[in-house]
Each structure stands twice: as structure tokens, then as C-alpha cells.
Design a protein. Sequence first.
Length: 497
Amino acid sequence: MTTTEAREPGTTRAPTGPPTTDPATTADHERRRISARVRILLWLLLVMAVALASVATTTRSILLHDTDQRINGLLAQEAGEFANFEEQGFDPETGLPFTDPERLLEVFLQRQYADLDEELIGLVGKVGDRPAKFFQQREIPVALPLHKDGDALRDIYASPDSTGTLHRPEGEVRWAKVTVARYGGEPAAAFVVAFHPGREQERADEVFRVLLAISGVALLMTTGIAWVVAGRILKPVRLVRTTAAQLTEQDLTRRIPVHGNDDVAALAETFNAMLDRLERAFAAQRRFVDDAGHELRTPITIVRGHLELMGDDPAEREETVRLVTDELDRMSRIVEDLLLLAKTERPDFVTPEPVQLAELTADVYVKARTLGDRTWVLDQVADREARLDPQRITQAMVQLAQNAVQHTTTGQTIRIGSRADGSRVELYVADSGPGVQAQDAEVIFERFRRGTARRGVRGTGAGLGLSIVKAIAEGHGGRVGLRTTEGGGATFVLTLD
């Protein structure tokens, strides 16, 4: 029966399908997205640029500091030498200590040799006024030497400080001064040593510019190398993206090549493992649908045919209901078995725990005796502990016992037992029936396969019982095998390592 929803005239129903994505919006979003490769490269360049700029700036600061220290040392040395000469020197003409400041300055300057950017100047005159006379040691290659700058000389001569710095448009000048005043009277005098640090500072600036140029070249080289290296490192990530975009429910076979042992290789391995799980899950789903469609088609056809042909005769109706009920029960068993097989792909299909094999074997024996009128024998029992899922193992053993009952007759012997060999454990069900034909031994553990003449008797099941046993064994990391029973029959063995 179908139902309709009442709607007012003139109204429309909102679409109920999945939301659609505008291709133009998606393309615009893709254009705005910055790839991981570019982001890594930008961060690397930013860090390197800051680091290289810091190195260049620090180097310049160190060079300028060293220049300042050298200039200060030079000024102090020249001033100290003049002070010592003033106190201890003798006039070479008289052999007596100097009494004339002008003569003192003249003799001292004649004996000195200034550096390239250094000026040694003697000033004679009244302190506080413009010096009346000066002596210069030599010319220096600067735009405006200090001895030609009258205003600067007056400022230095009149300054009460012994050292200082002049900031002129033509360049900075560092100076130190020693005043000659111990002779008294007129004229007063002073010795001035001046240094022009412009060339030294220019050298530091040149080193700074060279470092910046080298840093720029290093950044360019780093950009190229980092682009290539980042591309190689992130190649598995791009493969993950490409592979994920190309995966469909019909094709889950693509895998990513794994190279190396780094985190990106681990990501590729994890992605491949996820694809393995997805492939198994989709395969189990498809297998379930295919198996259900294949196996349920026949009983559904039988049910439909009987219901369509059912007449009014009460006896015929009763027989039809019985047949339909029997087919529905068979369909129910098939669905339950298929669901159980579908669960075998889940990680929690088996839950191992420590189990005493002797107790488990005895429980299986007690439960199996109710399956049929056979001669049941509890064979050898392994007296040890094993780690397994007792419910699943019991289910598998009971299924093997049920299989043995179907292919034996009343009074025939069925033996149930367990044995241990080192770390390996075996549980078995042996019967004295007709055995399994060679051509059937390879296929009886497959789904819906009963063989051409399964153990000489056509079973009534769907052919899923032994498939379930195999799945339980493999869930424990073991296997199920078939052996020939001594004296005739078949022995099914669950081997758990």
C-alpha cells in the first residue's frame, strides 16, 4: 500500500535528494586552495629569509662594534702617547723639557705617522676662542678634512670634554683632545686626534650588502631544491589524493607504491591497508548479495509457483502451506548463514580467551550426541590450555558433527576429540561413512558447493556449513582440513596454531 501526502494547491515540494555541488564553486575553491608543497616552500623561505637577514644584520653590527672599539682604542692610544710626551719629552735642540706649547706640538707631530683616515692636529691659541694657529700632520682623502673646517675646530677646541663625536654633513668625526695648560700664561694649546670612520663603516655596509646578495642567491637555490625535494617527499600524498579520487565501488584494486621508511611512507602503507579493508568489505558485500540472489531465487520461485497454482481444495491448501513453510524455513537458514559469513570479515568475529581444551571437547561431545542416533565416541582429549573463541569453535565442531550425521546411518560411529602438538592444537570429528570423493575434496569448503556427489548423499542444506567452519578456522589464524578415516570415512580437522 502506498500513501500520498496532502498538499495545498499552488504549493511545490522541496527537493529531497542529496545536495548538489556547483561545479563552478568547486573549481573556484580548488583555485583558492594552496597546496601543501607551496605552503611548505613558503614557510621554509620565510624562516630562511629571517635567519639570513638576522645573520647579515648581526654581522654588520659586529663589524661596526669592532670598528668603534678600534677607533676608541686608537684615539686613546694617540692621546696617551701625547700626554706621556708632554710629561717626559725633551726638546731635541735644547735637551731640556718643553716650555713652549707650540714647540711641543711641532716636535710631537713631526715624529708621528697617522693612519689613512686619521688626523693629528695641534692647536695654539686661547682656549675658548678660535685657535690662532694649528699644525697638521698630513692630508687625508676625505671630502672636508677636520683641519679645514674652522667651525668644527673651534667647537672641539672650546669643548670641555676630552672626547666626542662630530656629526657633519660631510661625515662623522670621532675625536680626542689633550689640553696643554701646565705652562701657564699665553698662549694655551691642545693636541687633537680625529678619526673619520666613514670608510670603515662603508666596509661594514659592503659586507652587509654582500651577505644580502649571497642570501638572495641562497634563497633562490633553496627555492629550487626545496621545490624538487618537497615534490619527491609529498609524491605519495599526491598519489593518495589521486588514488582516492579514482576509487569507485567497482574498482578498489589501486594501491600506492611505498618507498622508504619515513612518515609519508607510513601514510601510504596505512592508506593501502585501508583500501585492503575496503576491498574486503565491498567484496563481502557483493558476495553476500550475489549469494543471496543466487540461492534465494529458487525457493522464491517455488513459493510463488505453489501460491499461484493453489486451488480451493482444503487438502491441496494444506499441502501448499506446508511446502511454502518449508521453503521459507530454508530461506531463513540461508539468510542466517550468509549473515554469519558476512560477519567473518569483521575484526571482532572471534574473541579469543584462555580455554581448557579437555572441557571444551567434552562440551562439544555432549551437545553433538543429540544430533542423531549414532555411536558417539569421545576420543582422545588434549589436557592443556589454549587461547581461542569457545563459542565459535563449538559452532564449528557442532557443524562438523551435523555434517557427519547427514552422511552416516543409524549405529555408525562418530568420534570427537582433540590433541596438542607443541603450540599447535587440533580438534577433529571422524565418521565411518562413505567418505569424500577425490573430485569433491577440493570444493566442499567453498560456498554453495556440494560436489558432484557429495560423499554419496545429496545434502539438504545450502552448501554453507563447511564454508562457515573454514571461516571460523581462518578467523583463529588456522585452517580446516580433510583426512581419510582409518577403516573408511572422513575426518575433518580444525588446526589452530
